[in-house]
Design a protein around this ligand. Structure first.
Ligand SMILES: [Zn+2]
Length: 161
């Protein structure tokens, strides 16, 4: 049963509260996604009808494991929306599913290109900070470094009769 499926015919005039937890799998992240949900999604919402719209307000709380694009390290980020608000048009529908809207609004709080500094649970500095962020334009035009000296000596020795 989908707790975020609202039956508008049964929605009281004064609105109603929705509280609970959704499993991490509810976020439907792909297994190969670099974003992983690390815990349940906790919601505490108030649902109210306003004419042809449904007003949703309250609090959302979810936790994620992200991958730093710089050092590929794991960073933990909590997506906390303490003042969540959404307005969804319902028109003539009898039911409305908040799932997509809520899921999207949670995921939108995550950085597109996470870096270690985006972690907000266990803050840490990126071990690769500054290494890739400002590429030196002259880089790449230089010849690749040769093999460490010593290799040639050994090759020379192999060639000797
Ligand atoms: Zn990093």
């Amino acid at each position: 049963m989908n707790p975020l499926l609202i039956d508008l015919r049964q929605l009281p005039e004064e609105g109603k509260s929705l509280e609970g937890e959704l499993p991490a799998s509810w976020l439907e992240l792909r297994p190969d996604d670099s974003v992983k949900a690390s815990g349940p999604v906790i919601y505490s919402l108030r649902i109210e009808r306003d004419g042809s719209d449904l007003l949703v307000s309250g609090r959302l709380d979810a936790s994620f494991d992200l991958e730093c694009g710089r050092c590929l390290g794991l960073l933990k980020r909590r997506a906390l929306l303490p003042h969540y608000h959404a307005q969804l048009p319902v028109g003539e529908a009898d039911t409305i599913d908040l799932t997509e809207a809520v899921r999207e609004d949670i995921l939108l709080t995550l950085p597109n290109f996470p870096r270690c500094e985006d972690g907000n649970i266990e803050p840490r500095s990126c071990p690769a900070f500054g290494r890739f962020d400002s590429p030196d334009p002259s880089e790449g035009s230089q010849p690749p470094p040769g093999p460490p000296s010593g290799v040639w000596d050994r090759l020379d020795q192999l060639k000797k009769p």
